[in-house]
Design a protein around this ligand. Structure first.
Ligand SMILES: [Zn+2]
Length: 52
């Protein structure tokens, strides 16, 4: 199994960060702005947002 690089994107400030960065703070939240709504992404350049 290839290890997939998991990245997370903050829905507030739009920053992309990895799991270790996120784990600097307790819980799932943005390490930059403390926002709690985080989206998983597979690469920093992913732009597959489904049309609403
Ligand atoms: Zn943020």
């Amino acid at each position: 199994m290839a290890e997939e690089r998991k990245l997370y994107m903050c829905m507030r400030c739009g920053r992309v960060f990895s799991k270790p960065e996120m784990e600097i703070l307790p819980g799932i939240r943005c390490p930059y702005c403390n926002f709690k709504i985080i989206m998983k992404v597979r690469s920093p350049t992913v732009k597959r947002i489904p049309a609403v």
